[in-house]
Ligand binder design. Structure first.
Ligand code: UGB
Length: 615
């Protein structure tokens, strides 16, 4: 009786549709009229919410799910009829002349750039309870991913303003229920890390209902019979959100020409992004994927050119779990294996995409931003009838390429040195160890940090600096190289050209085990020797010239954690603690002005001495 009443009421149409779609089980234990009215209202409004947040509503969701689940059960291959080959693209050596030329072109195009950070994932794989954007990128500087990303955008904005005075580069961050509030809090607690509040927009993606079985029956939450179980729909939601929120339209009205997408924990992304933007502008690409050499079986997709028997052809990302079967079934009988270079012949997708705004807007207008979905049930046995746990439909942002018309210009930009472009923080310590044992990069919190130092040291070496050798360490069971801990704010140098203009490489000497942190914008290093630790902080309008400074102290130590000593979660996932003691020199300039450091011809500080120069 109570259900009959609902069918006549506000939610009647939706409930009727669900009953027609064989979803009676949701209402099996529906209490009689007058009983648990609040809980019943809760379920109905929850269903309505799920209905209004999926294009076409729950009816479309269940219909799409049934089709995809049937195909999955039958073992259908979504690449049936396609043959993969290694595509042509731009391959750049980091710091080569070609790299620098593209970087310059990217800086020239930067006034038309907008940024999209997908950060709806909670990072369960990493075993970290907070949001990943709040994790420190490296312990030397101690700033979190969100800060480094925003500073990178502001640094590019400063460069772009030389082309277009006053331009502001916008950032949209996709969050989810899991990350939204904490991301908003992180921004407001830190005054948006120096960005204008109106420069940043948060877009929350909604979860989708879980599916119990091949019949696409929606799963009730075991802990609450008046709610459905829901899970994230994947990073592909970002396209429909940019469309439905009107943000893309707004950006276009402001003159945005390229939209640059990136992920939550790759501290190196902005090293290569300006060059990739230059490649996009130079080749007038509708879609350009930044890529790195990929180890076979590594959990990053491979970029491949797929040609169908009927003549269709597209350059797309083939996700890691699909690449091996596709290769085996077609032109590479050994599957996903390394070639003589030690890498897979297919470039690795790092989900950093640069999309031309004009054709993107047209495309979203046509599709509403919908991205091809897939389903990936874990079956209980070979009959493929039962799932180990409820599944859901998903979509991936890089599958935007699948929707593009044949005439679209798609390409990719490979940075030949992985260390210069990609080291995400994705895997918990035990999984990271297993990945390394299987020949893949660990993509752990340990390497995410250490690769920043590695990249900075290698880059400075290319400028002619003398950098001490790395120490060999074991953190969380991973054997790693610990290079001198050099870290700088992107506001000091974002591009290679900026770094070259600020650091005279031949005048820089950093000892083995030393640390150097630059937390200042306008610093020119002519002659500096660091044996120990040095941190430089300065007011944005302070101009420093370092010429003849030599710092020597006992420095900072990266110590493996001992099991019986307490450590923060951020330290546990890295496997080390930084012991700073009182050693380490700190140069601080709090007022605008011009400073020569040291004032005399040389300046040597002793161990345990902390010098604060306050103007
Ligand atoms: N993300 C969301 O914003 N919402 C979601 O619903 C899910 C994720 P994962 P994944 O570079 O290593 C991708 O989970 O999906 C955000 C590519 O598909 O870390 O396994 C999340 O917050 C793969 O081709 O990665 O694999 C994070 O920022 C390869 O490029 C981002 O989406 C791989 O990343 C990625 O989510 C990689």
């Amino acid at each position: 009786d109570s259900l009959q009443q609902i069918l006549k009421g506000e939610h009647g149409e939706l409930v009727g549709d669900l009953l027609e779609l064989d979803q009676h089980h949701i209402f099996d234990d529906w209490p009689a009229a007058g009983q648990q009215e609040n809980q019943k209202a809760q379920l109905l409004s929850h269903l309505q919410h799920l209905d209004s947040n999926y294009n076409g509503g729950l009816k479309a969701y269940i219909t799409n799910a049934k089709k995809l689940l049937q195909e999955a059960q039958a073992g259908e291959n979504s690449f049936e009829g396609f043959t993969p080959e290694v595509p042509e693209g731009e391959k750049l050596d980091y710091a080569s002349q070609a790299f620098e030329d593209y970087e310059q072109k990217g800086v020239e195009a930067a006034h038309g750039a907008a940024f999209v950070l997908v950060a709806g994932g909670l990072g369960e794989r990493l075993g970290y309870s907070g949001i990943k954007l709040a994790l420190p990128v490296d312990s030397a500087r101690g700033t979190c991913f969100l800060q480094v990303y925003i500073e990178s955008i502001l640094a590019l904005q400063h460069l772009a303003q030389k082309q277009k005075p006053g331009c502001v580069l916008p950032l949209a961050i996709m969050t989810s229920d899991d990350t939204h509030q904490r991301t908003a809090d992180l921004l407001s607690e830190h005054a948006h890390f120096g960005a204008e509040p109106s420069q940043i927009t948060l877009l929350k993606q909604e979860k989708v209902a879980c599916l119990l079985d091949n019949g696409a029956h929606l799963a009730l939450d075991p802990s609450d019979p008046f709610r459905l179980l829901t899970k994230p729909h994947g990073h592909g939601d970002v396209h429909s959100l940019l469309h439905s929120s009107g943000i893309l339209q707004r950006w276009q009205d402001q003159g945005v020409s390229h939209v640059c997408f990136f992920q939550d924990t790759n501290g190196l992304v902005f090293r290569a992004l300006p060059a990739a933007l230059g490649v996009s502008a130079a080749h007038d690409f509708d879609l350009n994927s930044l890529a790195v050499p990929r180890k076979a079986k590594e959990a990053i997709g491979g970029i491949a050119r797929l040609t169908h028997k009927d003549g269709r052809s597209m350059t797309i990302n083939v996700e890691y779990n699909q690449l091996d079967p596709l290769l085996r079934a077609t032109t590479y009988p050994d599957g996903d294996v390394n070639d003589s270079t030690g890498f897979s012949p297919f470039p690795g997708n790092i989900n950093q995409l640069i999309i031309k705004a004009d054709s993107y807007a047209q495309q979203l207008q046509r599709t509403g931003g919908l991205i091809a979905e897939f389903v990936n049930p874990k079956y209980a046995d070979s009959s493929r009838k039962k799932f180990k746990s409820p599944t859901r439909l998903e979509c991936m942002m890089q599958d935007y390429a699948k929707e593009l018309p044949a005439k679209a210009r798609t390409g990719f930009t490979v940075i030949n040195q992985v260390w210069a472009a990609y080291s995400p923080v994705k895997n918990a310590p035990e999984d990271a160890k297993a990945k390394v044992a299987a020949g893949s990069p660990s993509h752990s919190a340990t390497t995410g940090e250490l690769d920043i130092y590695h990249a900075n040291c290698r880059t400075l070496q290319r400028l002619g600096a003398q950098i001490g050798d790395p120490d060999q360490c074991v953190f969380n069971g991973l054997k790693v190289d610990l290079w001198p801990r050099i870290s700088w704010s992107p506001l000091f140098a974002l591009t290679l050209a900026q770094l070259k203009s600020k650091v005279a490489g031949e005048g820089l000497v950093i000892s083995k085990g030393a640390s150097l942190v630059i937390e200042a914008e306008d610093v020119c290093i002519r002659n500096l020797r660091v044996d120990g630790a040095l941190r430089i902080r300065a007011h944005p309008k302070a101009q420093l010239t370092i010429n003849g400074l030599s710092v020597s102290n006992s420095g900072w130590n990266w110590r493996p954690l001992s099991l019986n000593k307490p450590a923060a979660e951020e330290e546990w996932i890295r496997g080390f603690k930084v012991c700073r003691g009182k050693a380490g020199e700190e140069l601080t300039y709090n007022e605008p002005g011009k400073y020569l450091v040291p004032k005399k011809s040389s300046h040597v500080s002793s161990d345990e001495q902390k010098v604060a120069v306050t103007a």
